[in-house]
Design a binder for this molecule. Sequence first.
Ligand code: DOR
Ligand code: ZN
Length: 421
Amino acid sequence: MSELVIEGRAYIKGSISNWCIGIDDGKISEIGKNLRGDDHINFKDSIIFPGSIDPHVHFRDPGLTDKEDFSSGSLAAAFAGITCVLDMPNTVPPSISKASLLEKKEIVSRKSWIDYGLFAGCVPGSDLKSMAPHAVGFKLFMGSSTGKLLITEDADIQNILADANECEKVLSVHAEDEKLISKDPEKNLSDHAKNRPPEAEVAAINRLKGAECRVNICHVSSSPGLEALQDTSFTSEVTAHHLFFDKDSVGKGTYAKVNPPLRTREDRFALMKAFAEGKISMLGSDHAPHTIENKEQEFGYAPSGMPGVETSVPILLAMVKRGQFPLERFVNAVSEKPAEIFGFNKGFIELGKDADFMIVDPGRIEAIKVKNLHSKCGWSLFEGFDALFPQAVMLGGNLLIDEGSIVGDRAGKDVIVYSKS
Ligand code: DOR
Ligand code: ZN
């Protein structure tokens, strides 16, 4: 008999039907039609999904914690049904050496409400091998963005590709080629998009072709970028902001300034189509919170990036409920693919997998209200969007969120087990 059995309509092997799921030691130990446990939770007609995994967040810890910290960011993620996040290295100091990575690990440990992995950043001459045992993957910026991480020279890029291959780690790439990014004065989103054209995305992707390591292209943003991906084995991510906003209609000024930029209506429709067809592997929020004060500066000075970790999955789930996005592709993009790509024992309701779940009552679509979100930054471009937030979230077999309240402990673990040597 399992310690705990949860019961409901569960998404197992591609379809939803009534199941009992037994849990022992944080893992799924039994799956059956009628199971008894020491404890039993009946979610009735609600749907039990595997917890989501967000492969791309910027939680700003350490160093920029007025924008976000690991506690607020991971809590925001949890309320979206995300039970694991992968955090980017452009913090202060940046995670670009074994020492800074271990320091960040120490700082964020015990702060996270959900499981997490930390990316190590690449700079010319980075010692990837010393960081590899501690990192979930490597992050390469081929175009400048928030922070100072940037690699532009072919020789440096080739070294990174070779080392990432040897370390058998995923290399997540911000694919905009610095050489094709202009620095002309910018007054609005069109200027920003003109300075960072789709050609920069295409050129960066093309420069990576032939790489032997596992390349993951972050936030694909354009139709030409999609085409450049087609004859590659690269995995990829798309953000909710590139799917739902375009530069010409978003009307939010600096708040919609992001890298890569929002592009045209045609681009975002092409992205949605490719995403629904599985030509883009994962949904990644690129949650990049900046304070309202930061964003209220003149266009040219305001930083790029917007929050999204708490809104992306619930918005897509509302589309699934309305029949506007395929259910199988949703689970594949937010749980299965990230688990497969990064090699986690998560993402599926199967025997032996981590007992991380989001439980959804499909009748509860609501309009997003910024005042209900948990990011420190206090704003969102998705105010008013329909969303389906989970009624409950479980991490390692423990109830973390129930009916909109935190009921569990701050028990998030680093997905990379490492020794301190
Ligand atoms: O718009 C962006 N913001 N793009 C990035 O690549 C970084 C991010 C940030 O950290 O603010
Ligand atoms: Zn990012």
